[in-house]
Write a protein that binds this ligand. Structure first.
Ligand code: PHE
Length: 343
């Protein structure tokens, strides 16, 4: 019996199966109903009692060794088989997965919209390819008004009285909202706008705006100022200040340019704020009665304010990015620095 045990041990040590079937054959040959070890266990009954203790121990150890050998070879062959199928080493640790993140312009746009949503504004969107009516005429731009030059327009089709063009501001969405909705109206309109401008560090021919419109009975300039102040404090911090300067837009009267105090130099003056301590962030004003009339809203009963800002400009101030073009080149080394929330 001891010889058989020794032989079995050697067989296990030298075992080099090529296939899972080889492993199974070994297992059946040793542990199966008529297997060599099974037969040894049967013969164990008739063994001299003096030898039983040691022999029993050896038989059990051998049984464990068989099982361990079978398991080890099975696992090894299964891994090799998987590798052969996929051509890859499936036991290799996985590489890093880059999940990506939102574009900085999208992050800032969402932040702007969230602030206004908290103030009760809802979000409206409209087409990028527009007509003259919604971009200019309904907004009180007279046909030959020089203000049309303020926003150098990309025209698509000028054959009709109402040319088709790329919108130069999202005020067009405000017009569409006034046409389909009765006051009270409280909307913010985000979107891409297009202007025929030379591309530089400070200007691009495509950029993003968020414009806002609030129309109700008795809306005043104080409401405008307070809403913008609230927005600026949420966006730039509780100590942010604003300053309004008189300006001109055909669709608002009075009109203003809104500045925020420069958070880069803290007011001391730097090259970003051109040594003034202030940075221009948006245009704003009380909606001109002619604009209300053009969209079928009674200017005797209702008044409103409007404002419009460039998202890239807010993003530049927030992150102190000095070249606007970086936002459009989509260089991953630039983009991956903004972790303002995943999808
Ligand atoms: N539409 C203007 C622009 O694009 C911004 C603006 C909106 C100004 C609303 C006043 C009121 O420059």
């Amino acid at each position: 019996m001891w010889d058989t045990i020794d032989n079995l041990k050697k067989q296990l040590d030298n075992f080099q199966p090529q296939t899972v079937a080889d492993v199974e054959a070994l297992r059946v040959g040793i542990l199966g109903k008529k297997g060599s070890l099974t037969r040894l266990f049967e013969a164990f009954k008739d063994v001299d009692p003096a030898e039983k203790k040691e022999l029993g121990k050896q038989l059990n150890l051998l049984k464990n060794k068989v099982q361990e050998t079978v398991d080890r070879h099975r696992e090894r062959l299964a891994a090799t088989a998987a590798q052969n199928i996929s051509g890859d080493d499936l036991t290799k640790p996985a590489g890093l997965i880059h999940t990506g993140s939102r574009h900085p312009i999208a992050i800032v746009q969402r932040e702007i919209l969230d602030i206004f949503r908290k103030m009760g504004f809802s979000v409206e969107e409209g087409p990028e390819i527009e007509d003259d009516w919604h971009v200019f005429s309904a907004l009180n731009f007279a046909p030959d008004h020089p203000a049309r030059d303020m926003q150098d327009t990309f025209f698509i089709n000028t054959d009709s009285d109402n040319p088709v063009l790329l919108r130069t501001h999202t005020s067009s969405v405000q017009v569409r909202t006034m046409e389909k909705q009765k006051p009270p109206i409280r909307v913010v309109c985000p979107g891409r706008v297009f202007r025929n401008e030379a591309i530089s560090a400070r200007a691009h021919c495509i950029f993003h705006q968020v414009e806002g419109l609030y129309i109700d009975e008795k809306v005043s300039f104080a409401d405008l100022k307070q809403s913008i102040l609230l927005f600026v404090r949420e966006m730039f911090g509780a100590s942010a200040k604003i300053r309004l300067r008189p300006s001109y837009f055909p669709f608002t009267e009075p009109s203003a340019e809104v500045d925020v105090n420069c958070n880069i130099c803290g007011g001391a003056g730097c090259n970003i704020c051109k040594n003034t301590g202030w940075l221009e962030i948006m245009g704003a004003g009380m909606v001109d009665p002619n604009v209300l009339k053009a969209s079928g809203i009674d200017p005797e009963k209702f008044s409103g304010f409007a404002f419009g800002m460039g998202v890239e400009r807010i993003a530049m101030l927030k992150w102190q990015v000095r070249d606007l073009r970086l936002y459009f080149e989509n260089d991953v080394r630039f983009l991956e620095q903004f972790q303002g929330g995943l999808l």
